[in-house]
Design a binder for this molecule. Structure first.
Ligand code: TYD
Length: 201
């Protein structure tokens, strides 16, 4: 049987575990014999590298961030994700468009969800978006103070969480509590993916 392509995005507030769970999910799917391509945003491109530098810098305007994230995604989708999907891979992206919708619009009253959608409208959307939901207090307790980036304080994270939950309801995204232990969270993620794969075949 040839494998059908599937595009999965893992989303959530900081320290929700998108990176840990993306890796675990890749390992699980590979153990079942699937070809998996794991990627992340900000991407490995020059734009992605610049964004990572800017994440430490509070002087960068939120609009600049939003435009750079959109440019990085445009390149990431067209040069990388799309090709892998065409080759029949399951692509897992550790963060994607919802990170921009949520993080950039929460940063400024002038940035609307519609504008972020508009500047991101040239990329393909995931088949499954999963929101790892975490209590901001637990999130901050998981981080060392010196590792904190500009988005990482409790009131900001609470706003991020609320908007993710609102978006999940509007768009019918899967919400998975990430307050639980890793094994349980991962099992819940795997169930959703396996169900989707069954429906593809
Ligand atoms: P990263 O160190 O990858 O955080 P994490 O491991 O928690 O995912 O940094 C990504 C940061 O960039 C994170 O704070 C979310 C933010 N971000 C945006 O603001 N907009 C975006 O479009 C993306 C992809 C990430």
């Amino acid at each position: 049987m040839t494998q059908k392509a599937l595009f999965i995005a893992l989303e959530g507030g900081d320290a929700a575990g998108t990176t840990t769970h993306s890796h675990l999910l890749k390992g699980f799917l590979e153990s079942k014999g699937f070809k998996v391509y794991l990627t992340q945003e900000p991407s490995q491109s020059k734009i992605g590298i610049l964004i990572r530098e800017f994440l430490k810098n509070k002087e960068i305007p939120p609009t600049t961030d939003a435009l750079l994230f959109a440019a990085d995604r445009d390149l990431h989708y067209k040069n990388e994700i799309k090709n892998k999907l065409e080759e029949g891979y399951i692509v897992i992206s550790d963060r994607y468009i919802e990170s921009s919708i949520v993080y950039q619009s929460v940063q400024s009253d002038k940035i609307t969800v519609d504008w972020v959608k508009e500047i991101n409208k040239f990329v393909g959307l995931p088949d499954i978006t999963m929101i790892l939901d975490i209590n901001p207090k637990i999130a901050l307790a998981r981080k060392e103070a010196e590792d904190l980036e500009k988005f990482e304080d409790s009131s900001f994270l609470a706003k991020v969480r609320n908007l993710y939950l609102t978006r999940a309801k509007e768009e019918n995204y899967h919400i998975i509590s990430s307050d639980d232990i890793i094994e349980i969270v991962q099992e819940n993620i795997q169930k959703i993916v396996i169900e989707k794969i069954k429906n593809l075949s």
